[in-house]
Design a protein around this ligand. Structure first.
Ligand SMILES: [Zn+2]
Length: 449
């Protein structure tokens, strides 16, 4: 593949947003240069006023394959990613069968992914109650880090860990120098609330919200911060929903603890006061909280206490959302976020005065750093992979099923007016999405650390 140039008035680089040309050769970024330094006589695509951003990295996705391909799969999830400007997915170790908790199960996942992927992918390993002995071999086999649950994950087959089990795992995790991603809710406050709400009306969103109190998140984060200072492993809090935790997270970061924080588009867009009763599409854990809480999370992003935004794309077959029953108790908890995460974020961020450079930091650079691939992915920089997308930030559209490219086209965002349209996505310099289509054979690869 020879030298090519991609030109725009708004190229989002670590230096800012400027007119530039991205020079691409053999799938890598040869350089990013001002337009007047563009070599003559090379093939060139000029995107004009449409912006060029680094390919997004989504570090929190449940692809569910192998084993639950009827929920989602590599082919459909990576198509949905490409359509949303995302060029690297990092798969969570649960909801697939077997869960990714040993090298053998990682190999099963690799086999399942083979030749199916439209964008690149990586796999987190799992830390469960009894796999401490597998942690270091998983890291050696190429996972960028680990995920654990402090509460039942909503599905059997991936066990939660208590403090004793964590203490058995953490020395191994620390030795790998890779992050431990933690679903931070403790069962105590949730169990207590559920007992109190046993006879409540579970078609009401308010019931579900009360059943997952902030204290579950706060006490879990308190525990993890204290273990982090004791064992000095890289701690990452996934999908923070309780804004009140930002104070202690800020303090921990100021003290120099190696902790990072993520939240999700649904916590930054929706709020509990507007969720209709019986509308189980909005069920996720931790839950979507109050409008004031949503603004606190935005402050967390502004102040840098929250490092990144990932989707927690967690789809299921529509029947598991129990639309007829309308019960927040029995419905599957999880929101499918691929494809629309970027326009949802841009709609909310632009309204609050943020720029495309902020989006790139939260949704490309930050997740790439978490997954340890920040010398190759997540920025438009010389020698990085030529992963990028073309974005019309002013264009608006009404979210419809045709915009969803994952397996089951259900979403709480349908019908919303959103801002920003992905025109095309490039993986290593090749177009993998344009005009609603996915040209070429699947060329995504696993990135192994
Ligand atoms: Zn998740």
């Amino acid at each position: 593949m020879g030298l090519k140039a991609f030109l725009s008035q708004k190229v989002v680089t670590p230096h800012g947003i400027e007119a530039a040309a991205v020079l691409v050769e053999d799938g890598r970024i040869l350089d990013v240069v001002p337009p007047h330094q563009l070599p003559t006589q090379i093939p060139m695509k000029d995107f004009g006023e449409a912006a060029i951003l680094p390919g997004l990295v989504d570090s929190h996705v449940h692809i569910n394959e192998p084993g639950r391909t009827e929920w989602e799969g590599f082919r459909t999830a990576t198509r949905a990613a490409a359509a949303g400007g995302c060029t690297l997915l990092v798969d969570m170790p649960l909801n697939c069968l077997p869960a990714t908790t040993t090298v053998a199960t990682l190999e099963a996942k690799r086999k399942a992914a083979n030749r199916q992927c439209h964008v690149d992918w990586m796999a987190w390993g799992g830390v469960v109650s009894d796999n401490q002995e597998h942690i270091e071999s998983l890291a050696a086999a190429g996972v960028p880090g680990f995920k654990c649950f402090l509460i039942h994950p909503g599905i059997d087959g991936f066990t939660m860990v208590n403090e004793t089990e964590l203490r058995a795992a953490l020395p191994h995790v620390a030795r790998t120098r890779s992050p431990l991603l933690v679903h931070a809710e403790l069962p105590g406050p949730v169990d207590e609330a559920e007992r109190r709400l046993a006879n409540a009306d579970w078609t009401k969103y308010a019931t579900y919200l009360q059943s997952r109190p902030e204290e579950a998140e706060l006490s879990a984060i308190r525990l993890m911060l204290s273990l982090c200072s004791e064992y000095r492993f890289r701690l990452h809090i996934v999908h923070l929903a309780a804004g009140e935790a930002l104070g202690m997270l800020h303090a921990a970061k100021s003290e120099g603890l190696p902790v990072t924080v993520e939240t999700c588009p649904h916590y930054l867009h929706f709020a509990s006061d507007k969720i209709p009763d019986g509308q189980t599409l909005f069920k996720c854990a931790p839950p979507i909280r109050s409008p004031e809480n949503r603004e606190t999370l935005w402050r967390g992003l502004r102040e840098g206490v929250i490092d990144l935004v990932a989707t927690d794309h967690s789809p299921c077959p529509p029947e598991m959302k129990r639309f007829a029953e309308r019960s927040f108790r029995t419905a599957w908890g999880g929101i499918a976020g691929l494809s629309l995460a970027l326009p949802v974020m841009w709609t909310e961020a632009s309204r609050r005065g943020f720029t495309l450079a902020d989006i790139a930091r939260w949704m490309a650079e930050g997740p790439a750093r978490l997954a340890g691939c920040d010398s190759l992915k997540g920025q438009l920089v010389k020698d990085f992979d030529a992963d990028f997308f073309v974005f019309e930030p002013e264009a608006e559209f009404i979210a419809a099923e045709e915009h969803l490219h994952y397996r089951h086209r259900v979403s709480p965002y349908l019908g919303e007016k959103l801002r920003g349209v992905v025109k095309a996505t490039y993986l290593r310099g090749n177009c993998v999405f344009a005009h609603g289509e996915f040209p070429g054979d699947p060329s995504g690869r696993e990135l192994r650390l």
